[in-house]
Structures are given as structure tokens and as C-alpha cells.
Write a protein that binds this ligand. Structure first.
Ligand code: ZN
Ligand code: ZN
Length: 331
């Protein structure tokens, strides 16, 4: 199917070009998917990560599904890793935010597999409730950008299931831990035998609050998508819970995975000093949620930026408009 797609690629007319195109695509994805533990592969998809767990020829699972419209990239990476026509046992989502669940529906249909999320995350991925809106007023790079990030309810289709409490399909020896705070039903995945932790957005291995951190993706333990954290006390408790596992390898939803010997100690220090922002919508009061979705939100703080943006657009519009009028007058 994938080769068929390549053959249909309109810009490639003769066989030589097609072959080199296929080879370069294969090489790109071979390079893009990286091993972070014996059977754990990491695939950065723009600024979010997906993880492939399992051996070639054996059962495997996908954890998080990247941005919308990236199903082909994930399929190709999966085929390069597990063999042509291979499909996972299941797709697991650490949470349902747009950038992590983006391609889940398309992949689940293509592979005919379930999408597992925590019970408390179900309302947001079955179209029943919007997420608590992000709080752009806490300051920082990702907070600024959060004004343009979607948080509305999405329906990932009929394949969505509640995470089971027992054995996990395709994830032998792994367990999930509830790590709410960033989102109501956020979960992390941990394998005790070798200490591999896939922590989603419980925290990040890059500083998303600084513009340089966001652009350089320099390795650093930091909050993940802080403007989305709808319950800071729960976020802190979740990070402490994960730090207590003393993981040897950490792969988060954002940033390059980490695995240095000092990692357990660094994570404990990070957990101990993590604080809510000084001000902001959820800094002191959490969004109230239940199994049907959002119940009550703290009031939205005043956000001057949209007004400044509207003002700038109006001014730009006036300037452009007057230029246009002048042009018309000259004609
Ligand atoms: Zn998130
Ligand atoms: Zn995220």
C-alpha cells in the first residue's frame, strides 16, 4: 500500500527518481526512529514524540500518535521497524491533547486496533467535553503560543476504549500509572525491569517556557505545556510519584529522551522544586472535572494580548486599506 502510494507520487516520472525517492524516504525514517531501550523506539514528530514498544516480529504497541495528518509518517516508521504490513496490538494515549492524539483515529482505522485512554480522559476524545482552556497569562513561550492551540473536544471514533487495569495488549511487563494534573486522565507508562518511563506530558525533557528552550530542544527537566496544566497540585503529586520510581530512561511527550546515571537524582530534585506559576487561572484553584468532563472552571484572567493583537491587526488593516485607496485614486 505504501509503495503503491509512492508510485502515485506525481512529481516522479521515471524509475530511477522513484527508487532514490523511496530510499531517501526510508533512510529519513530509519534515522528518525531511534532506540532508547532494547525494544523501545522514539519518533519525534515535529515537536511531539511517539514511542514504539516491542521487538521486530513480536507484538508491539504505539504510545501517542503525534500531530494530525502524520499517520503516513508513523505507518512508514512502523513498517521500517517491525516489517511491512505489521500492525500493533493497540494504540495507547498518555492523554488526548490535539498534538498527542492527532493521528490516532486514522491509524486505529487503518490497523483495526483499539485506542486506549484513561477513564477520566474519555470525555475529551469522544466529543463529549472540551478540555479546560489553556491559560496564556502564566507567561512564557508555550503560554504565548497556547492562544492558538486547540483544546476543543474531539471524537477519535468507535475504537476508543478505557485503559484496562490488568494486562496491557502489546505491552507485556509494563504498567500504567495515573498521573493527572496536566489533563484529567493523563497516564504514564513504566517498565520496572529496566526502569523505562514514558511520561507523556506529566513533565518534559525540554524547557517549553523559554523561546530558546523551545527552539533548541536542549535537554532539561521542565513542566510540559504548563498553560494546559489544569490542576497544579495534582501535577506536582504526579511528578513526585514518577520521580519515586527512579527511572533509568525517560521519554516524554516533548524533548529528547534522557538516560544519564544522574537522572533519578535530577528528577527527584525537579519534583521537589516544582511550583505552580505565581499567578494564573489554575495556579491556586484547579479546574473541576468529573467522568463526563469539565464541571467548573476558575474565572479566566484578563488577557491583554488578544486586544493588542486585534489593535495591531486593525492598524495594519487601516494602513493597508489607506494604501489601497490611494492606489485606487491614482488609477
Ligand atoms: Zn498535553
Ligand atoms: Zn504536549
Amino acid at each position: 500500500m505504501l509503495k503503491h502510494d509512492w508510485k502515485n507520487f506525481a512529481g516522479l516520472q521515471h524509475a530511477g527518481a522513484l527508487d532514490s525517492y523511496i530510499v531517501s524516504r526510508r533512510c529519513f525514517f530509519m534515522k528518525a526512529i531511534e532506540r532508547i531501550a532494547p525494544d523501545v523506539g522514539w519518533l519525534p514528530i515535529s515537536f511531539v514524540n511517539a514511542y514504539f514498544v516491542g521487538h521486530h516480529g513480536g507484538p508491539w504497541a504505539l504510545i501517542d500518535s503525534g500531530l494530525p495528518g502524520r499517520a503516513t509518517q508513523i505507518l512508514e516508521a512502523a513498517e521500517a521497524r517491525f516489517g511491512g504490513g505489521s500492525r500493533p496490538e493497540a494504540i495507547y494515549l498518555t492523554h488526548g491533547h490535539f498534538y498527542h492524539a492527532g493521528s490516532a483515529c486514522q491509524l486505529a482505522r487503518r490497523w483495526e486496533v483499539p485506542i486506549f485512554v484513561h477513564r477520566m480522559e474519555l470525555p475529551y476524545v469522544t466529543g463529549r467535553s472540551d478540555y479546560p482552556p489553556p491559560d496564556p497569562t502564566i507567561g512564557g513561550a508555550i503560554a504565548f503560543l497556547s492562544r492558538f492551540m486547540p483544546y476543543r473536544a474531539r471524537d477519535l471514533g468507535e475504537r476508543v476504549r478505557e485503559l484496562p487495569t490488568g494486562e496491557l495488549l502489546g505491552l507485556r511487563d509494563w504498567k500504567w500509572l495515573a498521573t493527572p494534573g496536566h489533563s484529567p486522565g493523563h497516564v504514564s507508562f513504566f517498565r520496572a525491569s529496566d526502569g523505562v518511563l514514558l511520561a507523556g506530558d506529566a513533565f518534559a525533557t525540554m524547557n517549553m517556557d523559554s523561546w530558546t528552550g523551545l527552539i533548541s530542544a536542549r535537554k532539561e527537566l521542565a513542566p510540559a505545556g504548563a498553560p494546559f496544566n489544569m490542576d497544579w497540585e495534582a501535577t506536582r503529586a504526579s511528578v513526585r510519584k514518577l520521580a519515586a520510581l527512579h527511572p533509568s530512561v525517560v521519554g516524554c511527550g516533548h524533548g529528547i529522551p534522557m538516560s544519564d546515571p544522574a537522572l533519578p537524582e535530577r528528577l527527584e530534585r525537579f519534583a521537589a522544586r516544582l511550583r505552580p506559576p505565581r499567578h494564573g487561572r489554575y495556579a491556586r484553584r484547579a479546574a473541576q472535572v468529573d467522568e463526563a468532563g469539565v464541571v467548573r472552571l476558575p474565572p479566566a484572567p484578563f488577557d491583554p494580548v488578544p486586544i493588542a493583537t486585534v489593535g495591531a491587526l486593525l492598524l495594519a488593516g487601516i494602513a493597508l486599506g489607506s494604501g489601497y485607496v490611494e492606489e485606487q485614486l491614482r488609477d
